[in-house]
Design a protein around this ligand. Structure first.
Ligand code: ZN
Length: 292
């Protein structure tokens, strides 16, 4: 079987939970499982380069049989070899095809050209989408709440606030109904003008300010969507989370899934925790998102 030369067309950014497509390739893996590549899918895979949102759960159906999708990862191929979850290049790199690898335990019966249907677990997707939407909103709230601690001009976010989130983030994990973001405040952030020494004393105030900002935005019920660069459907094409806040439209680069409106969230709150790690400060932001 030949390897795909174009990206998988992905429909999960639009909120799709089912899709139909054709099998392009089935790759046997060393652990006995197999990676099934389709031309089109509604199934969100984890991207190992920035593994914030975990894979969907769900099934693949073909020829009267149903296969559990036990995991899904971003794969990449330059036409010679398929890298399953360990691409040597960033998603979107020119000259590579980026594909959703649907992992199944036993691909017996699946062949190139077969028509398949994908069905995603709706409850898990909805809870992850709520967590991801709240995560992006919380990053804006944190930037807002920390804006007074900057003494120099730095990169700003979509609302014009110093972009602490972008400058300090070390990892982000989307959970069902929430997220955990880890920030590192070290020498380079201090050099950029962040008054790290003042943070501990103001942490409660910062948390309260972030939660006030979140409550205010939730009350607006602002529409949320994913914008695709050039309208392209490819997995490797750039996409942006877009929130139409009353004060203006805010966009954040994003490969995940989201709610359609902030009105779907009944509550979004953050909890901040500061600790010391290897000569730097570590700030943990735990976000909780509730849906009706
Ligand atoms: Zn995102």
């Amino acid at each position: 079987m030949s390897l795909p030369s174009i990206d998988t067309a992905v429909t999960y950014p639009d909120g799709d939970l089912t899709s139909t497509g054709a099998v392009l390739h089935v790759e046997p893996l060393a652990d006995g499982r197999a990676a099934v590549i389709l031309d089109r899918t509604a199934f969100h895979p984890v991207d190992p380069v920035w593994p914030d949102q975990p894979a969907d759960a769900g099934v693949l159906s073909a020829g009267g049989r149903t296969y559990d999708i036990v995991d899904a990862v971003v794969g990449a191929t330059d036409g010679t070899v398929l890298h399953v979850g360990d691409a040597p290049v960033r998603t979107g790199t020119e000259g590579w095809a980026f594909v959703v690898c649907h992992l199944v335990d036993d691909p017996a019966g699946l062949a190139e050209g077969d028509a398949v249907t994908i069905s995603v677990d709706a409850a898990r997707r909805h809870a992850l989408s709520a967590g991801h939407t709240a995560c992006h909103l919380a990053s804006l709230a944190l930037n807002e709440a920390l804006s007074g601690l900057w003494t120099k001009e730095v990169t700003v976010d979509g609302r014009g606030r110093p972009n602490f989130d972008q400058l300090a983030i070390s990892s982000s994990r989307i959970l069902e109904g929430g997220s955990i973001d880890e920030y590192r405040i070290g020498k380079s952030l201090r050099k950029k003008g962040f008054a790290a020494a003042d943070l501990a004393a103001q942490l409660d105030e910062v948390e309260a300010a972030a939660n006030r900002a979140l409550a205010g935005w939730l009350a607006t019920g602002a529409p949320v969507s994913i914008a695709r660069e050039g309208g392209r459907l490819g997995l490797g094409d750039r996409r942006y989370w877009r929130a139409e806040l009353p004060e203006g439209v805010v966009e954040i680069p994003c490969g995940g899934t989201h709610l359609r409106s902030l009105g779907e969230l009944t509550e979004a709150r953050v909890q901040l925790e500061l600790s010391e790690a290897e000569g730097a400060l570590a700030l943990t932001m735990r976000t909780t998102a509730r849906i009706a």
